[in-house]
Design a binder for this molecule. Structure first.
Ligand code: ADP
Ligand code: MG
Length: 255
């Protein structure tokens, strides 16, 4: 079973008499442990696809399976629970709660998941250590740099050990040096076996991924890099992270 299976996704918006297909028949399979970038110009449908992958939105037609489960059958409450447990989001604008400290921002998804206080203290401290923010645990977002805020968001995205981390233009609001540091952090997370999906219009960011899916006008028009075998066919719990990274292939039409 693949972690994510999208088949013939359409997302259609009615604009007066005109219909716009923000997604125009997208099929995509993502295996556990993959490091993948969804690339394409502004308006090509990247965020629309990311919202469906992240269970924030549903397609107008087509099928979307998350861990083999058809998410269109879930209620809003079930979807919210699934997002909190299985998906870590990182956004361009960080989306931190301004009145809460670093610690409290990272703790929030564990509160929703009903984790007890000692477990929260332990795991949040470990997550802050992992992103290099142990010394900033009591600061609010307005006391942090952009790079530090994005590290808080990454720690928050990781805290419930989600099945996937979805990052939409994660370096878009950062200077280039800080962007490089944040990409180093994503590379480390991928190396450790996390499943990462980067959404970006920046080829320099996309290059970090092992597979690049390129979108134009609501369709996937090119894929670079291999789609690995499903994770269960590989030895070890880290799935494809333990397989040799595929050599980049020439551009081929996506099948
Ligand atoms: P990207 O993230 O690649 O910039 P989007 O997925 O945000 O692209 O948008 C794809 C297309 O769908 C664009 O033409 C956009 O204007 C349109 N679109 C997105 N959301 C809506 C909406 N809620 N209503 C109408 N059109 C939308
Ligand atoms: Mg977008």
């Amino acid at each position: 079973m693949s972690l994510i299976e999208a088949r013939s996704l359409y997302k259609t918006y009615e604009l007066g008499a005109h219909k716009l297909n923000a997604l125009d028949g997208v099929s995509l399979t993502i295996e556990q442990g993959e490091y993948i970038a969804i690339m394409g110009p502004s308006g090509s449908g990247k965020s629309t696809l990311m919202h469906i992958i992240g269970c924030l939105d549903t397609p107008t037609s087509g099928q979307y399976l998350f861990k083999g489960r058809d998410i269109t059958s879930l209620s809003d409450l079930e979807l919210a629970r699934l997002r909190n447990a299985e998906i870590g989001f990182v956004f361009q604008s960080f989306n931190l709660l301004a009145r809460l400290s670093t610690f409290r921002n990272v703790e929030m998804p564990m509160m929703y998941a009903g984790r007890n206080r000692s477990e929260r203290e332990h795991k949040v401290s470990a997550a802050l250590e992992r992103v290099g923010l142990s010394g900033r645990r009591n600061n609010r977002p307005n006391e942090l740099s952009g790079g530090e805020m994005q590290r808080v968001a990454i720690a928050r995205a990781l805290i419930n050990e989600p099945a996937i981390i979805l990052a939409d233009e994660p370096t878009g609001n950062l200077d280039s040096r800080t962007g490089v540091e944040i990409m180093k952090l994503f590379d480390d997370l991928a190396q450790q076996g996390n499943t990462l999906i980067l959404v970006t219009h920046d080829a320099g960011v996309a290059r970090h991924a092992r597979r690049i899916v390129h979108m134009a006008d609501g369709r996937i028009d090119l894929t670079v890099g291999a789609n690995p075998a499903p994770a269960e066919s590989l030895a070890g719990p880290l799935g494809s992270a333990q397989s040799p990274s595929p050599a980049p292939r020439p551009l081929t039409p996506d099948s």
